[in-house]
Design a protein around this ligand. Structure first.
Ligand code: ATP
Length: 864
């Protein structure tokens, strides 16, 4: 362990060849080459080859290999080759799907990778945490994830949580002073910060000492939880379903095997057939299709500005019943503009100040000095204040330079205050700004017409009335106060009292144009939108009413009130409450809990460091990509790259659509398999020769079926998904009504397959011709059926060309089938007879009728 904690700033600068201005860009590039990216070595990535090999470990493939061995023993070399070729093609398809899914997940990972501010060439720039190098000067602030190990050069109440490293859940205060000892445990290195910890409060300037695997975290990286994607609940339940089904099918195959023996088919052929039937019937593609559809879905979501970090969340999106959303920036534009000012008992327009008057001047000074923003970077509330002063020709840089900050207590959303200390002329002034209800109770005096006097009850009443007046027009209100200190000292929370009131500043933050329509959609979709804000009750209600979240008769609950309520009381109120005002981040967890105890799936937004627990607790934790802290992004399951409420609604729509598509893919696969099984069972019981050759079933199940199933998974949304209620998360994917549709559709297709068989078999009892036609009808009918499974409505309702993938999948299947039927060289391999023009017409008609019937049914049903 290096003892950076015992080195002075100068020694460290020398050691890392860097100065106050940070590294130059060129030097940073050099160091990046030398030390590598600042990342932990992830687990060995599976090579494409090993993914390919792992495809052969599948249960189904093992059955197929047995089948090829049986073929070989029975002297059917061609069949063996076909099976082996099919296995290889299937493995290639599986590998491509796996690699594609992996790629899309990885590209999302890089989109959500954390950012950090560093000094490069003296400028503050934001870079991806991976690019941090030893010697960089990092500017940490509340909400950041510490990306590398470093020595604290300056600390402003910097509190860091190191629990991931030391297990200690309490925040640790970090200071810059040198610690003069030889050795220290990590927990005692109070002037060092370590990768993997999070900044919970204050800010600090840090010199990066170690990056990547050289950090303390890197040394224990092996112990870290793997970030590998786990299987989603849907995949688990489909796998279970698949296993149960497989057992049933194997029993069925044994029965068919015995029946075939009974009918005099030889033992090897009977065995071969039973194996092929198992392959045809087991829906082995289900789980992988779900993965690929979910992965493609996440890509689509990211294009719609929602980055979903876990596949599992895509599923849960469709179940969301409540969206608890922050107001500022999510429902509103987060573009604040000061509109009104209240001083000396008068309400003025923002343009009505007189900058030569003492009290007006104090307002403008405090606006700049008690502020961390510039005119375009920082918290929008504070940017608005810089812009206010700018209107009066006050240059914020110059003023900050003239009256430098001596001490500060940063803003936090629990205290709702911010304080700074400056020497102005001969006075040491402490400025504090904050929420009216947090600051006014700490006030003892008032500045009116440039005179300070004790504050009276009437003054407070007037302040509160004005605050209400501002809030009713949707303004966010800040109180300004100050006090004179005796000396230049470090202030602490105990100093935040005995203030002199200066005035109120009211600023507008208009709702986003899209919010109202998005709220309407939510309500139509049976989802309850709830506003949660740190803002004042009246401001919040005014904005909530404007965008349709608040309706007359709804409850508005304030943080203080919520604190007094028991969990049971909150649970009883939560459904009628549409606005929570003046809440602190801890309240958000209780709101999520209350909704979850009512069985609702709850989405919750958050941006601050203290929002992380609520984001973790929510079923879908949503962080803000632009304004959110890294800690909140880390805790969230979804990140909005545009911070916009309407994106949440879009993501839910897409989530519902993805689920519906998966269901439709399942319907397609299972109904086709059912058709094959019914036809086979019929032929066995009717004493007909075996209706399909094994290779037929392999051909359909492994070659022509997968593409339409994936194409169905890519069906675009038709808008009607929002007309349903949110899905019950406990509802199985294979509902009774879906099972009935699968059986009926399978039966209809099977009937026409059997008719095809009889036509081919004819009076000449030509079994090869019969099975050729039966196979072709089954294959083509399933391809047509792909269009039926695209959605609830008829093909005209859905729009034929809306899903080009389904047309392409059909064409590929059709071409493959035509090749097998029409190229004489393939006849032997695929066990088909030469066919005439008449046979082709019969196949087309028989394959088309089931879809025609299903489409007619849909047209009649959905016309009503
Ligand atoms: P929302 O929860 O809707 O996103 P918010 O997160 O912006 O709102 P907070 O930031 O917690 O809410 O602000 C709560 C209150 O604190 C505001 O109404 C305002 O009075 C006060 N406030 C906000 N920003 C500052 C600041 N930079 N300095 C001092 N006070 C502030």
């Amino acid at each position: 362990m290096k003892n950076y904690f015992s080195k002075s700033k100068e020694e460290l600068f020398k050691l890392f060849s860097v100065g106050e201005n940070g590294l130059s860009n060129e030097e940073a590039q050099e160091r990046l080459k030398k030390y590598g990216k600042n990342q932990l070595n992830e687990e060995e990535k599976e090579s494409t080859f090993s993914v390919f090999i792992s495809q052969f470990k599948d249960f189904l493939v093992i059955i197929l290999i047995i089948a090829s061995i049986i073929s070989l023993i029975s002297g059917n070399v061609e069949s063996t080759i076909v099976i082996l070729v099919v296995i290889v093609i299937n493995a290639i398809l599986g590998t491509v799907q796996h690699v594609k899914a992996e790629q899309s997940i990885n590209s999302l990972k890089s989109l959500s990778s954390p950012k950090i501010k560093v000094l490069r060439n003296g400028e503050k720039v934001e870079i991806s945490s991976e690019l941090v190098v030893p010697g960089d000067i990092m500017l940490l602030e509340a909400g950041d994830l510490v990306p590398a190990d470093g020595r604290v050069l300056e600390s402003f109440s910097l509190l860091v949580n190191e629990s991931s490293l030391t297990g200690e859940s309490e925040n640790v205060e970090k200071k810059s002073e040198v610690i003069n000892v030889e050795e220290l445990s990590i927990g005692d290195q109070k002037n060092m910060v370590f990768s993997g910890s999070l900044v919970s409060y204050g800010r600090g300037v840090i010199l990066v000492t170690q990056t990547g695997m050289n950090t303390e975290l890197g040394k224990i990286a092996k112990l870290l939880e793997s970030t590998k994607q786990k299987t989603t609940p849907l995949q688990v339940s489909l796998d279970n379903f698949g296993k149960k089904l497989s057992v049933g099918i194997i029993i069925l195959c044994i029965v068919i095997f015995i029946i075939n023996l009974f009918h005099g088919v030889n033992i090897l052929d009977s065995l071969m057939f039973a194996v092929a039937l198992a392959v045809a019937a087991i829906p082995e593609a289900l789980s992988s299709i779900v993965t690929i559809v979910l992965a493609i879905g996440t890509q689509k979501l990211s294009k719609e500005n929602a980055i979903v970090k876990k596949l599992k969340s895509v599923e849960s999106l469709g179940c969301v019943g409540v969206i608890c959303s922050d107001k500022t920036g999510t429902l509103t534009q987060n573009k604040m503009t000061v509109k009104k000012v209240y001083i000396s008992e008068k309400v003025l327009d923002a343009s009505g100040l007189d900058k030569d008057n003492k009290i007006d001047k104090l307002i403008l000074q405090e606006s700049i000095l008690c502020n961390d923003a510039t005119n375009d970077v920082g918290d929008p509330t504070e940017i608005a204040l810089v812009n206010l002063a700018d209107k009066y020709g006050i240059d914020f840089k110059e003023l900050k330079h003239t009256y430098p900050r001596i001490s500060e207590i940063p803003f936090d959303s629990d205290r709702k205050l911010m304080s700074t200390v400056h020497k102005i002329d001969n006075d040491i002034i402490m400025f504090t700004k904050g929420a009216v209800d947090s600051l006014v109770p700490r006030i003892t005096h008032i500045l009116i017409n440039n005179e300070v006097r004790e504050i009276k009850k009437e003054d407070i009443k007037k302040i509160e009335e004005t605050n209400n007046l501002f809030a009713e027009t949707g303004l966010r209100v800040l109180t300004y106060a100050y006090k004179i200190l005796n000396s230049e000292k470090e202030i602490s929370l105990e100093d935040e009292n005995n203030y002199i009131f200066i005035g109120l500043v009211g600023m507008i933050d208009p709702p986003r144009a899209e919010s109202k329509a998005a709220v309407e959609k939510c309500i139509m979709a049976g989802i309850k939108p709830v506003m949660i804000t740190g803002d004042h009750k009246v401001t919040a209600r005014t904005i909530a009413r404007e965008i349709g979240i608040y309706h007359e008769g709804d409850r508005v609950i304030e943080g203080l009130e919520l604190e007094k309520m028991t969990d049971e009381e909150l649970k009883a109120q939560v459904e009628r409450t549409s606005v929570y005002a003046r809440v602190s981040p801890e309240h958000k967890i209780r709101i999520v809990n209350a909704w979850q105890s009512l069985g609702k799936i709850c989405a919750m937004t958050g941006d601050g460091v203290n929002d992380a627990p609520a984001l973790k607790k929510a079923d879908i934790g949503i962080a803000m990509g632009i304004t959110g802290t890294e800690v909140s992004k880390d805790a969230a399951s979804m990140i909005l790259t545009d911070d916009n409420f309407s994106t949440i609604v879009k993501a839910i729509t897409t989530g519902r659509n993805i689920y519906a598509n998966i269901k439709n893919s399942i319907r397609f696969l299972l109904s086709g398999n059912t058709a094959a099984i019914i036809a086979v069972i019929y032929s066995s019981f009717a004493g007909l020769p075996v209706i399909f050759a094994p290779v037929h079933l392999l051909f359909i199940n492994l070659l022509t079926d997968s593409l339409p199933a994936i194409a169905i998974g890519m069906e675009p949304s038709h808008g009607d998904v929002l007309k349903d209620k949110p899905r019950d998360p406990k509802e199985p994917i294979l509902t009774n009504s879906l099972a009935i549709s699968i059986l009926i559709e399978g039966l209809i297709i099977a009937i026409f397959v059997v008719i095809g068989y009889y036509i081919g078999y004819g009076s000449t009892k030509d079994a090869l011709k019969g099975s050729t036609i039966a196979f072709s009808v089954l294959c083509l009918a399933r391809l047509f059926h792909g269009f039926n499974c695209r959605g609830k409505h008829s093909i005209f309702g859905l729009g034929i060309s809306k899903n080009m993938f389904s047309i392409i999948a059909f064409i590929i299947g059709f071409v493959l089938l035509s090749a097998v039927l029409l190229i004489p060289g393939l006849h032997g391999i695929f066990e088909v007879a030469p066919i005439s023009m008449r046979d082709i017409c019969i196949i087309y008609v028989l394959a088309f009728i089931p879809s025609l019937l299903i489409q007619l049914y849909k047209i009649i049903k959905y016309k009503k």
